[in-house]
Design a protein around this ligand. Sequence first.
Ligand code: GLC
Ligand code: CA
Length: 555
Amino acid sequence: MKQTWWKEAVIYQIYPRSFMDSNGDGIGDLKGITSRLDYLKYLGVDVIWLSPIYKSPNDDNGYDISDYQAIMDEFGTMEDFDELLHEAHQRGLRIVMDLVVNHTSDEHKWFMESKSSADNDYRDYYIWREGKDDTQPPNNWGSCFGGPAWQYDETTKMYYLHLFSKKQPDLNWDNPKVRKNVFDMMTWWCDKGIDGFRMDVISMISKTKEMPDGKVTGFYGDYSPYCVHGPNIHRYLREMNEKVLSKYDIMTVGETPGVTTELAKQYAGEDTKELNMVFQFELVDTPGKYGKWTDEKLPLTELKKIMSRWQTELYGEAWNSLFWDNHDQPRAVSRFGNDTPKYREVSAKMLATCLHMMQGTPYIYQGEELGMTNYPFEKPSDFRDIESINAYSEWCESAGVSHEDFWPCLLFRSRDNARTPMQWDDSEEAGFTAGTPWIAVNPNYKEINAKEETANPDSVFHYYKKLIALRKLHPVIVYGKYELLLEDSKELYVYTRTSDKEKLLVVCNFSEQNTSFTIPEEFIGSPCLISNMENTYNDADIILKPYESFVLSNE
Ligand code: GLC
Ligand code: CA
């Protein structure tokens, strides 16, 4: 297995809109991020992934880009970006950019040209089709954010494809000019000195030419057999690798909805010359009552099965990325742990132990290192996210699901849970802004905030800091082989990591119950690297407290 810096790194994701506001307009910005670099350095992360900061009309908070080589007005200027990059590099922090090239904004100049006439030079930059007849779109596909995936355009009386909102038309990657433009733009950023790309829905860029109706699930037909891992996906990624990525010492991570371990070995294989790693969604995208919407927790035995399959099958062949949450998911502690005051801290630490001791590159989503929780939304107008807003209107207002049934699902899964402002201190608006934040601050900021947690050595923050430091000291955490123990336990997640020199035992109680456990012979008397309780683990038979977790090393 090759050893590389990005396998050994810990990544911190910033959602710029909600991280730090420097000028009191209620919106996080680049100067705000620069002002908090010392905090990230202190935490010990190596790489910052910035969610999109490019010019955008913000239909989907920057995931709808109207100019790839300019900065969103609200976030600042290109000089602010250069300063951020410089200041990050000064501190030994790398910056990874979000690359959103499955689609652009409908306000991008390519699209404005494309829709202006059927023989425009840019027409073929997007995916245009005739309707089935005068009133019907080309097929029955639905978009990810609700409604049909096709939008009729008056000017040329044709439809364009948008797998996300109608303000996010899909690019036509089969057009070599599109690929060249994208690769040139990527080269421009690489030459500026950025350190990598997180590639938005990159598994969706290649579509089949034939676009038949899809199987109806929910309200519309499913496009995935025709648009996800499409016919030329690997060819296009290898071309991107050859023309751009291979020329720089950068890291890449693909957001690849629908990926399996088999496919991951192609996308992120040691020698496949595509990407360094991919995000897989088996843990977080489990189907719910109403499409993705559910209030049910994933049973621990399922969670272990999924994690273990990825840990085992990719070993030595491809590289994992590790995450509990991101800007599209609810907060980790609310979803997989227990966010009641009694158990929030201990369960947040347990989750961190479980993930950070695995093989792969760990991702921390802003505020996760504080154990930030889901937001107590009270009414539909509290939401800002296009997906949540559309889902509520589609399921409750159109499909007639009752508010009472749908509401808990929306609360549990909404992306806005992750998007409330970073909680810096206990001053008004959690120190995020001197103005009115674009989305409300979680009312628990007086107890949960960075100022309090950096000052308290027993905090969730310091626990993350310690885990990150351990990864640097024990190569087995990065490169060791994973083995699951107690597969059938409904309470405990126990695994080992093994290298030539060292073996670790990782024990996590995912339950709210006291749970008995017998430490395997070979670890009796082994030193404890980290634990979220005061315990030395010298006896073989122990009772784990709710959410207790620890790591022993028999080095
Ligand atoms: C990805 C992003 C998500 C965005 C979507 C469309 O899934 O993570 O935030 O809405 O792509 O760009
Ligand atoms: Ca601002």
